[in-house]
Design a protein around this ligand. Sequence first.
Ligand code: HEM
Ligand code: HEM
Length: 278
Amino acid sequence: MYRSVQHQSVTLSPGRQYFFASLFVAQLKASVHKMAQRASDPLLHSQPAYNNGTLPSSEPEDPSFRLASMVQTQRDKTGMALVLAGTSLLGLSTITLILTSPVPKLFAWHPSLNSLSLVLVAIGISVVQPPTPPPDARQKRIDVHKHVLGFATLLLCGGVTSMYYNKEANGAEHGASPHGAAGYVVLLWMIGQAVLGGIALLAGKHGLWLYKWHRLSGYFFTASALFAAFVGGMLTPWSQTRPAPLRIAAYCIGIPLIATGLAMRVQTSKMSFGKRRA
Ligand code: HEM
Ligand code: HEM
């Protein structure tokens, strides 16, 4: 038997909405400006491209996260720009969508946490996409990837749990819609993906062969999760009552930009299963 529940709605005054939106845009501008400054620094471009661990690892300065090593070609740069543009659109538009909707608090967490999780997935993957660097730099990038994606997994668990309890509170059936059913698959997949990544690391040298499976599964997972979010944001009955421009910006433009950006940064040489190299 379900109790009827009094929902508290989440809304912000137009002044506060404007404040948060300006804060986000200012932050974005500062990051883009900083990246543009670093990209035009000739010293950064004198860095040699990494070469599958054959270069000496005694660089004068830690190069693991320097822009030149993260975006080595024009294609990588364009891909990274698309990922940043897509994640900004997805994050900003979803938050605005929620802040301008009189929705139950439990419901509000669902799109917010899930979209934030996808933003972190895109950024966490971008960090490990460049060609395999020397071992110490590789380890640092894997550490960032591990923490960012571990946190993203927790966020997705939180986002799905909030919708689960929102449905419980309303006596609604679970996993009844295509989005809901696919969403549970995506959640289990993400947990499995994190466990696989963890096992690969714990197994040390013996786990190197798992990297390829984790990588392949990771890309399929990301495509499925982005698609699930697209369906959630564009095709669920609730979403269709929300302003079209925000939904289009987040799910019809933001999501394809993220997918295209990540796809452009895939190093096809790392996807080969014929060779022993991880
Ligand atoms: C990867 C991201 C997402 C995942 C994994 C996900 C997962 C889920 C799951 C598992 C449910 C069903 C809960 C239940 O039946 O107990 C659900 C429902 C729902 N989700 Fe999502 N979701 C995601 C993104 C989104 C986004 C971005 C939106 C909207 C902007 C959204 C809107 C909804 C709505 C309106 C429902 C209730 C209606 C229905 O069950 O279809 N979701 N989601
Ligand atoms: C749960 C969400 C996760 C997703 C979607 C994901 C996805 C990916 C993808 C797509 C790659 C390949 C990037 C490339 O080389 O092109 C990758 C690499 C990797 N991931 Fe994850 N990952 C996740 C979580 C984790 C976690 C939690 C760990 C560790 C505890 C981990 C460990 C690794 C390792 C060791 C690599 C190989 C990096 C390299 O080849 O240098 N991943 N991951």
